[in-house]
Structure formats: C-alpha cells, structure tokens
Design a protein around this ligand. Structure first.
Ligand code: AHR
Length: 494
C-alpha cells in the first residue's frame, strides 16, 4: 500500500464556508411533510403544535442552517393562501406531481415557520412561477414580512403571528425548464425579471432572490438565461440541481456499483467549475452566488412502497456520497453559497426515516453531524495525492481519487474531513502542513465492514460514527483511513 499525502496550507484560505452549504429541503411529497414532519396536534405521536418532537430533536442536533420549502415541483402548483387560516377550513387539493395524493394543507406558511424556528433553520420559500402570478408571490412576501397595518400583515397577525416572519430567501420558481413551466431560458429570464420586480425588501428583511438554474450541468441554460437577463441586477443567487442517481438499488449493489455511484457524485465538482465559469462571464464581480438547492442520490423505487413517493433506504454508500459532495462544496466556498440536500425526511437521500411513531437517523445524517464543525469556518487550500482507484461501469473503465476531502480552520481550531472510497483497503497518509504544526486530538469515523450497511427501525444504530482520542503532533503526521469510510480529524494549529 503506497502512502498517500494530504498537504494542507493553513494560511491559504479559499473563503468562508457558508453554513448554508449544509442546508436542507422538504417538499410536500410522499411522507416528507405529512407523517415525516407534520402529524397534527391530536396525534398520539409526541408533537409540538402538530410537528413531530423526535424529528425536531434529531434535526436540531445537526444545526440545519436553512430549510427550503414547499417544493420542488410542488412549489409551482402551490397557492399559499391554501395553507393559512383555520386548519379545518383549508381546501383539499390534488398533488399533481406526487401520486395525486390529497393535500390537506394543514402544514402551511405558519407551520413551516414554526418548524424552522424549532430546528433553528432560516426559512427559504420557493415561489410559484409556473402556475402563479407576480401578484400572488408579491402578496406572500408582504404577508410574511410586512410589519403591520396592511390587510395582509394584519391577516397574518389575526392568524396568530403578529411579528413578521422575516423570510429572506425566496426562490423565483423551481426547475422552470421542466415541472416549473417548461420555459426556454430566455422566457424564464423575462418571467424572472417580471416576478422579482414586485418582490420587495420590507423593514428589516432585505430579500435574497434565487433564480432557477440548470438541470444538472447544462451551461447553455445558464448562458442563455444570463444573456437575456442583460444587466438586470435584482438577482442574488442562481440555483442548479444535480442528482447523481443510482447504481444498482438503494441497498443492493456490487463493488463496481459502489464505485460507480460515488464517482458520479463527484461530477458535482465539474458542474460547479463549469457553471461558475459561465457565471463569471456575466458577473465578473461575483456578486451572484451559486446555489445547488437540490442534490443527492435517487435510487429505484423501493419494493412495497408507492413508487411516486420516492422513499428510499440510505446506506454507507449514501454517506460517502454526502461527505464527498460536502467536501466539494467546502473546496468551492468562494462561490457556492448554499446547498440543500433532497430531502429531509422519508424522501430520496433523507436525514431521517419515520414509520408510525418510530424514527431513525440515516448514515447521511451522521455525515451532516460530523461535518457541522466546518460550518462558518475558513476553507483551506488542500491537495490530496493518492493513487486513483480504477473500476468499471457499463463496460468502461472509471477512475476515482484514492482519497478526497476538505480542510478548514476557525482561529486555531482545525478540521480535516476525508473520504476513503476504497471498498476494502485502508489508506495510510501523511498529513503535511508546510511551515506549520498541528495537533490532532480526535478522529470521528463512519464506516462498516458491510458496504451495504444501513439503519433499520429494528437496528437503528447499525451505522453510526465512533470517536477515538488521538495524540498526533507535528508538521507532518500519519494517519490510516479505514476502508469505505468518512473521517473527520479535529485538532489545533500550533
Ligand atoms: O426532489 C424531488 C424532485 O426532484 C423535485 O420536486 C424536483 O424539483 C426535482 O426534479
């Protein structure tokens, strides 16, 4: 086994890691909101005003900085007035995107804000462009943010919230190249200008407006959107989506498929590099933030579950995908300002799965827990030198780095996160800090002998991190990364 090198430059910062890179996304889809978050006040499941207490407690532990809602595709068919006022009187609608489920609208704007407050996240509301109007979206902003004295702000007060919600993040539509209206980029740019003109900054809440970016890495959408947008400046963020998909199923895959999916998740880096290059051409001062407000794995339907509800298990492989992706975001901290994994509970690459009154946290949750130390720290320039891993997918050779990760510092506190994707081999590495010294005190490691390991309601702790105390010190230290693992090393710069 050749020794790898990880070279960290503690005085060369890429930028501050926006805490929002560790953001989440919850849609009215399957059992994400209903059952997963919302059970109603009369439920035997312990709740806080109808919101599951166990889910709140678990999410609070990973410090979710921001939560995007109500969709997804659902957003462009959602009319916010359906979700305010007495719950029993709210209309019932068909959820046209997700299995024609009947949406009872019990979880609306007030409930969402309450959920955000309980878990400590900032709200990010995605507005309806596809089937809505500028007037409808402008009124939602007024309802949420105007202090008092207008019919809409007084209505909010009468509905139980005299203080404004102060919602800063607003998406102007979702996937407007697809379920958000099938617009051409030029047409969406025109709509974007029209809608955003009427979304105003009230009192203490300057808005951060987010335009819909491409599906996966489509530089053409970006180029054509910004060309048509011209010099229009009321845009703060631009949001791409990237799902790395699947290889095999959520819980059944070969070693080749293990590598294939992890390798596909690494294409996030190409997306960021190419998108930021196009954006730089239109926005040389880098005023507009790049956002990835949906990302994650997307496995085939789980047998026995409604395929339209996108419920999937979450294994050690999903954890490595999450860690490798968060490391990519950290390394691009100078451009990527927010990212929202899809989705929080019971849908796609979830943090949490629920079944009746039972709840479990997934391997992906544990990565978010381990990586929260990066939130708000300075991302450091770091180079990984490790032999590539070769494998095959669809009869073609694929390669992925033998080790990957990111490093950050906050004052003298220092964090290095590392993914060893090798299915069976440990990776010995020297961690070098040219011109500096460090002490590494702890290693938190998430791994398992079984590549398909996951948590179930009967064995909810099968995959969980272990913490080991270390006493490594010097300008060069050695550490052996377990096979198929995510490791977070924490210590101090001396
Ligand atoms: O996250 C599930 C769906 O994926 C979202 O509703 C949509 O935006 C995307 O295509």
């Amino acid at each position: 086994m050749a020794t790898s090198r990880i070279v960290i430059h503690p005085n060369e910062s890429v930028g501050r890691i926006s805490p929002y890179l560790y953001g989440h996304f919850a849609e009215h889809l399957g059992t994400c909101i209903d059952e997963g978050v919302w059970v109603g006040e009369g439920s035997p499941i312990p709740n806080i005003g109808g919101i599951r207490r166990d889910v709140v407690e678990a999410l609070k532990r990973i410090r979710p900085p921001v939560l995007r809602w109500p969709g997804g595709c659902f957003a462009d068919d959602y009319h916010w007035r359906d979700g305010i006022g007495p719950r029993h009187a709210r209309p019932r609608r068909v959820n046209i995107w997700w299995g024609e489920a009947i949406e009872c609208n019990e979880f609306g704007t007030h409930e969402f804000i309450q959920f955000c407050r309980l878990i400590g996240a900032e709200p990010y509301i995605c507005g309806n462009v596809g089937s809505g109007s500028p007037r409808e979206l402008r009124d939602w902003v007024e309802y949420c943010n105007f202090p008092r004295g207008t019919t809409l702000s007084d209505e909010r007060a009468a509905n139980g919230s005299p203080e404004p919600f102060g919602v800063r993040y607003w998406g102007v539509g979702n996937e407007n190249w697809g379920c958000g209206g099938h617009f051409a980029p030029e047409d969406y740019a025109t709509e974007y200008r029209r809608f955003s003109t009427y979304l105003r900054d009230f009192a203490e809440t300057p808005l951060y407006l987010i335009a819909c970016g491409p599906s996966s890495n489509d530089p053409e959408w970006t180029r054509r959107f910004f060309t048509k947008l011209g010099g229009y400046r009321r845009i703060h963020g631009f949001a791409a989506h990237y799902y790395c998909g699947t290889a095999g199923t959520a819980t059944e895959y070969t070693v080749e498929q293990w590598y294939e999916l992890i390798q596909r998740s690494l294409l996030m880096e190409r997306l960021i590099v190419q998108q930021r290059a196009v954006m730089d051409g239109f926005d040389p001062d880098r005023r507009i933030g790049l956002i990835v407000d949906e990302w994650g794995t997307w496995h085939p339907p789980t047998p026995g579950r409604d395929p339209r509800h996108l419920w999937q298990q979450n294994t050690l492989r999903d954890a490595l995908v999450a860690a490798a992706t968060l490391d990519i975001f950290n390394r691009h901290a100078d451009k990527v300002v927010m990212a929202n994994i899809a989705q929080t509970v019971n849908v796609l690459q979830a943090m949490i799965l629920t079944e009746g009154e039972r709840m479990l946290t997934t391997p992906t949750y544990h990565v978010y827990d381990m990586y929260q130390v990066h939130q708000g720290a300075l991302s450091l320039r770091v180079a990984f030198e490790a032999e590539d891993i070769t494998s095959s997918a669809d009869g073609k050779e694929i390669r992925l780095p033998g080790l990957m990760g990111s490093a950050s510092r906050r004052g003298n506190k220092f964090v290095l996160s590392v993914v060893n994707p090798h299915a069976i081999e440990a990776a010995e590495a020297t961690i070098e800090l040219p011109g500096a010294r460090c002490r590494i005190d702890t290693a938190t490691v998430l791994t398992h002998a079984d590549l398909k390991a996951h948590n179930t309601f009967d064995a909810p702790e099968r995959v969980r991190p272990t913490v080991t105390r270390l006493a490594l010190e010097g300008s060069q230290v050695r550490y052996t990364f377990a096979p198929a693992s995510v490791t977070v090393l924490e210590g101090e710069l001396l």
